[in-house]
Design a protein around this ligand. Structure first.
Ligand SMILES: [Ca+2]
Ligand SMILES: [Ca+2]
Ligand SMILES: [Zn+2]
Length: 599
């Protein structure tokens, strides 16, 4: 997950004009002459990016950029109100800088208005002479991650308040990762010490949680099996060439969790329909058939003769595929209709998924390398059903959105793959917040919207996490309030801080019944918080994520980021702005208790 991978230096500049994040008020381009508008936008995006780059160097004392740094724009955001924001990754003397990301804020007139930066220090490694050879670094990485090391690349590791010369190595088929996924290992090029060792895909359930569930003998949901290979999986050879095909068709999904749902599919021949949505960039679900491939092209295309996918039970392999495809397209629609975000990375590319991934895998993953969701079938013991519930998909795909924006990183990962630290916890929290929003957006009668995560998993506590009162979760020990030791909390446990703040901002404190679910949200200071509604709260958090968060944003930084977002959207000292402040105070995140190192 969220690995500190090196972005290509020739990053295409993505333009975001739909900025307010408010449904109905998003800045929409003119319908006519869209092509011309796109050209005008991209040239203005390029000029905004170069103005921001120049401003970053002109204000080096504030932005921390230095001689030898090069800034590469990855996102240009043009707000309807006038502000411009450019997100940059950085290289130093040609080497990618881990933790070197920053967002430069400009006024409408393109003058410098401030910065949000991941590193507080100037990026300047003491030496650029590696003591280790690339081969030695590869060997070290292969041994700690127990897999096949790729080529070691020299980088500057600017995380953790230092600037160290290091090698970054991707290790495939890691024996330390569930299902043998890849890991990114960063090895100090001078001392040989392993600086980080991070799984590349995000697991929905952490190793520690799975251990807890097994220890408790937790058995979720009745046994249903994984289904047999059916005639539903046909080979591509059946398709006949006809100029009328492929074309968009209106198919039906008979899912496990969301009932019978309409799905846009691709008709490839008179009686061949593929689970691929041409109206959503070609978003597609395939069947991994129990394999561990992270290559989508090796997944088996899912086709039927009658455009019906699944039978509502696991006896059809395509039922889980229907859930996956439904969840993914609803997630895409949520981001598009709410924030005009075009696809997970806002680049109009498809989201992809593979179901029946691996054997007896009790987990679901977002794999950024593949750009895919990978869904296990459950271990047949604790989890009997594939992990394809709507909020699991919304959660995991939001990690993809975070990966494409603030790219929040855990501050450390232990040998088992458990992750720690506030930026990672904030990432988990945003995944839960927007994952819940996907449910509210889909408004599916079989999976009613709620502020619970994983309520369809069949756990004894009836949910995995919840936003109103996070500590009701006894499995991961999610916390309600910030404390100094939260800086090193396990990321799912720590996620409660900002999830709770979000819930209070949206719905307020105290007892409430929403969609038949009872909530009772407490506050640290005993204050009563009156919510501003989910739509506004979500707009504030999305704007904060895309404009004012970077890879190292912690909870106090998140408070500042959401205050800035609320000020942009609703004005300084507006009710919304003041409620953001109250909501954070109610989870014990205040200006006064900001840790000294982060002031
Ligand atoms: Ca639900
Ligand atoms: Ca839910
Ligand atoms: Zn997650």
């Amino acid at each position: 997950m969220r690995r500190p991978h090196i972005r290509s230096l020739a990053v295409a500049v993505a333009v975001t004009t739909a900025a307010t994040g408010l449904a109905g008020t998003a800045f929409a381009g003119p319908d006519a002459g869209a092509g011309q508008a796109a050209v005008a936008q991209s040239s203005s995006a390029a000029s905004v990016a170069s103005a921001a780059r120049a401003a970053a160097f002109a204000h080096a004392a504030a932005t921390g950029v230095s001689q030898g740094d090069e800034l590469h724009a990855t996102d240009v955001m043009i707000d309807p109100e006038g502000a411009r924001h450019v997100r940059f990754t950085r290289t130093h003397q040609g080497m990618a800088v881990l933790g070197g990301d920053l967002v430069v804020h400009l006024t409408k007139q393109l003058s410098y208005a401030g910065v949000t930066r991941a590193a507080d220090h100037t990026v300047e490694p003491a030496t650029t002479d590696a003591k280790l050879s690339a081969a030695q670094a590869e060997q070290k990485a292969a041994s700690v991650a127990k897999g096949d090391a790729g080529t070691a690349v020299l980088v500057v590791d600017a995380r953790d308040g230092a600037s160290a010369l290091a090698y970054q190595v991707t290790v495939a088929d890691s024996g330390t990762t569930e299902g043998g996924g890849s890991r990114t290992v960063v090895v100090d090029a001078v001392t040989g010490k392993v600086r980080s060792n991070t799984p590349d895909s995000d697991e929905f359930l952490s190793p520690e949680l799975l251990k807890t569930l097994r220890e408790r003998g937790e058995v979720a949901d009745p046994a249903t099996g994984v289904g047999t290979l059916s005639a539903g999986l046909t080979s591509a050879s059946a398709a006949t060439a006809a100029s009328a095909y492929p074309k968009t068709a209106n198919g039906t999904g008979k899912s496990l969790f969301v009932g019978v749902v309409p799905l846009k599919t691709t008709q490839t021949a008179r009686t061949t329909f593929q689970l691929k949505d041409p109206t959503r960039y070609g978003t597609e679900t395939r069947d991994a058939r129990g394999g561990y491939t992270e290559s989508f092209s090796r997944g088996v295309k899912i086709t039927t003769k009658n455009d019906v996918f699944g039978n509502g039970a696991t006896s059809s392999r395509n039922s889980a595929a229907a859930d996956a495809q439904y969840g993914i397209t609803k997630t895409l629609d949520f981001y598009k209709k709410t924030f005009a975000r075009k696809g997970i990375a806002n680049n109009s590319k498809p989201a992809k998924a593979m179901v029946h991934w691996g054997e007896k895998i009790a987990n679901a993953f977002w794999d950024p390398t593949c750009g895919c969701m990978l869904y296990g079938d459950g271990d047949g013991d604790m989890f009997k059903k594939p992990l394809v519930a709507l909020d699991v998909t919304g959660h995991e795909l939001t990690h993809g959105v975070v990966d494409a924006t603030a790219k929040l990183e855990p501050t450390r990962v232990d040998a088992d793959g458990n992750q720690y630290g506030e930026p990672g916890a904030l990432n988990e929290s945003l995944a839960d917040i927007f994952g819940s929003n996907v449910e509210f957006f889909a408004n599916n009668a079989k999976d009613k919207p709620d502020y619970l995560i994983g309520e369809k998993m069949g756990l004894a506590q009836k949910f995995l996490r919840r936003l109103d009162h996070p500590s009701l979760d006894v499995l991961e020990g999610t916390i309600d309030y910030w404390a100094p030791e939260t800086y090193d909390a396990e990321v799912h446990a720590g996620s409660g801080v900002s999830s709770h703040a979000y819930y209070l901002l949206a719905e307020g404190s105290g007892q409430k019944t929403i969609g038949g679910v009872q909530y009772d949200s407490p506050t640290y200071d005993g204050s009563i918080v009156k919510g501003i509604g989910r739509t506004k709260a979500t707009a504030i958090f999305y704007r904060a994520l895309t404009r004012y968060m970077v890879s190292t944003t912690d909870f106090h930084d998140a408070r500042t980021a959401t205050l800035k977002a609320a000020k942009d959207l609703y004005g300084l000292n507006s009710t919304e702005y003041l409620t953001v402040n109250k909501a954070w105070a109610a989870v014990n995140v205040t200006s006064a208790n900001t840790p000294a190192a982060h002031r």
